[in-house]
Ligand binder design. Structure first.
Ligand code: BTN
Length: 272
């Protein structure tokens, strides 16, 4: 049974490996009670030559990192805080696809292990009932010939109660437990996540991007909605009509023109 924020509550490699049925991803797990950031540790391990599929897990992060230099609130014993090392053989511009793929894998793992129906807000926020329960932060080290390694960091609010979420997050964020009304086993969820990631990654390498984009579209909470994208120096508003081959969001602006947005913060707007 999982409890709210509890430093003694762990999800251990041997528990995960016992139920993991796949070939390589997550077969090496570095587990820590407490870390600054699993992404940081995974990046160091990748630089030291750790193999593809190595996972770093923490029960608590002291400096969890979010997108856009925000922090990721990571209280002990209630979340999945996990980073995976990938060594993809394609171009750096394809890194975004692995991030979209990870969002699909997280959404699938959650829907297989709970009765929830997660959706994805572009590019990779995991929503349940329109509230954010998970996020992904990918960090790559590139060389002129391609990606040297890619660290994909996954944060899932699993068993957070409302006291585990800071006040400023209470409106837009939630946890699986809060949406479901009961706790979720982090061990089973993490094992499922590793299986989904391995299978989608292999298919992405073999079949290309079409299947991932199809899956992403079918789970998207953004497509078809009026959105505002906040970028460093401008705002773009329009109807989200599609996602491109590279994972950019395609917007139809008021005057009818199509704009591809590669980065930024999306707000879903009410349709008037
Ligand atoms: C976001 O802002 O939506 C992305 C959040 C990513 C959080 C995860 S938790 C595990 C990994 N380590 C980090 O420091 N960040 C990512």
């Amino acid at each position: 049974m999982e409890h709210s924020s509890d430093p003694n509550n762990s999800y251990l490699p041997e528990q995960i490996k016992k139920i993991l049925k796949n070939r390589w991803l997550g077969h090496t797990i570095h587990h820590y009670r407490q870390l600054d950031s699993t992404n940081l540790t995974a990046m160091e391990l990748a630089q030291q030559g750790a193999p593809e599929g190595t996972a770093v897990l923490a029960d608590q992060q002291l400096r969890g990192r979010g997108r856009g230099s925000r922090s990721w609130h990571s209280p002990p014993g209630v979340g999945v805080y996990c980073s995976i090392i990938f060594r993809p053989k394609f171009l750096p511009s394809m890194a975004q696809l692995i991030t979209l793929m990870t969002a699909v894998a997280v959404a699938r793992a959650v829907s297989l292990k709970t009765s929830l129906s997660p959706q994805i807000k572009w590019p990779n926020d995991i929503l349940v009932n329109d509230k954010k329960v998970g996020g992904i932060l990918s960090e790559a080290e590139a060389s002129p010939s391609g990606i040297k390694h890619l660290v994909v960091g996954i944060g899932i609010n699993v068993n957070h109660t409302s006291t585990d979420l800071p006040e400023e997050l209470l409106i837009g964020a939630s946890s699986l437990r809060l949406e479901l009304g009961e706790p979720v086993e982090r061990v089973a969820l993490t094992a499922q996540l590793f299986m989904e990631l391995e299978s989608f990654y292999e298919r992405l390498q073999q079949e290309g991007s079409a299947m991932i984009l199809e899956q992403w579209r079918s789970l998207s909470a953004t497509l078809g909605r009026r959105v505002r994208v906040i970028q460093k120096d401008k705002l773009v508003e329009g109807i989200a009509v599609d996602v491109t081959e590279e994972g950019a969001l395609l917007l139809r602006e008021e005057k009818g023109s199509l704009t591809a947005v590669h980065a930024g913060e999306v707000r879903h707007l009410r349709t008037s």
